[in-house]
Write a protein that binds this ligand. Structure first.
Ligand code: NMN
Length: 266
């Protein structure tokens, strides 16, 4: 009936399991949370409703129950590199992007929707953003992105993909439309932008050009201290795991040592 994929099979087990994984293993610092109550609040945002009439505020109770503090200097915003961000962040150990907060971790990479006049989830199909923007998943991420931006502080990091067709900083986009407008200026000391190209991809966007320049100007106009770094080394090193022989992945200072080979025993 709809053009999008249906609800992820076993949704309830996955999200309740993720919730316990998060509060017990990933980030016990959030303290005690009621995972079944969080699931009920999540489900009540969209079940038994027209799947095209779900609003961000329908997730208000879900957010209130799952909210926790985000450590200063750990926020990581991004566009066009979801899986890279998830591995770079290291389940909140290195950075804490939205997908490593409890309220984002719960729904990351999942799909869901309900149906009017039924308490069943729709496992066959769900509306895409093109069919209707007020769908269950879109409104969830709007609410989650707004909340995440409001609670971010200190140095804010932004990881953009310089090889993205259409530019590293897309408009419209969650970062442009729901996150930047909800940053709390008085809690933020600096915004550090990283523009990293795919190892074998084109160099379409960089600091000071095209859409990145637009972003830098927007943030400066808002009064932020903005820095921008191209091909930030820590992220490059992670990307280079898959392309060790690419010229962009040469570890110049250690090359001679690596070529010397293991210490010989004779
Ligand atoms: O989906 P796009 O437009 O690339 O959104 C990315 C930005 O919006 C990030 O800054 C992120 O905080 C937020 N967001 C995250 C997820 C997710 O973690 N699964 C989904 C949608 C939006």
């Amino acid at each position: 009936k709809w053009k999008g994929e249906g609800t992820t099979q076993n949704l309830e087990s996955i999200v309740i399991g993720r919730c316990y994984d998060y509060i017990r293993i990933v980030n016990p610092a959030v303290g005690e949370k009621n995972c079944s109550e969080i699931w009920e609040a999540f489900k009540n945002a969209f079940i038994n409703k027209d799947p095209c009439s779900i609003l961000p505020k329908d997730y208000e109770l879900y957010i209130n129950l799952s909210l926790h503090t985000i450590p200063p200097n750990k926020s990581l915003f991004w566009e066009n590199n979801h899986l890279l961000v998830n591995s770079f962040a290291g389940r909140g150990q290195r950075y804490m992007p939205l997908s490593d907060t409890l309220f984002g971790f719960f729904g990351d990479l999942l799909n869901w929707c309900g149906q009017a006049n039924s308490i069943e989830l729709d496992y066959e199909s769900c509306p895409t953003a093109e069919e209707c923007e007020n769908n269950a998943v879109e409104s969830f991420w709007r609410m989650a992105s707004i909340t995440y931006a409001q609670h971010s502080s200190g140095v804010i990091h932004v990881l953009l993909n310089g090889s993205a067709v259409g530019g590293a900083y897309p408009e419209p986009g969650y970062f442009a439309d729901y996150e930047i407008p909800n940053l709390q200026k008085d809690k933020i000391s600096q915004i550090a932008i990283w523009v990293v190209d795919d190892v074998e991809g084109p160099d379409i966007d960089s600091c000071g050009t095209h859409t990145v320049e637009k972003l830098e100007n927007r943030l400066k106009t808002l009064g932020y201290d903005v820095t921008c770094t191209d091909n930030y080394k820590s992220v490059m090193l992670l990307l280079c795991v898959d392309y060790p022989d690419d010229s962009k992945c040469t570890l110049s200072s250690s090359a001679p040592a690596a070529q010397r080979g293991p210490i010989s025993s004779d």
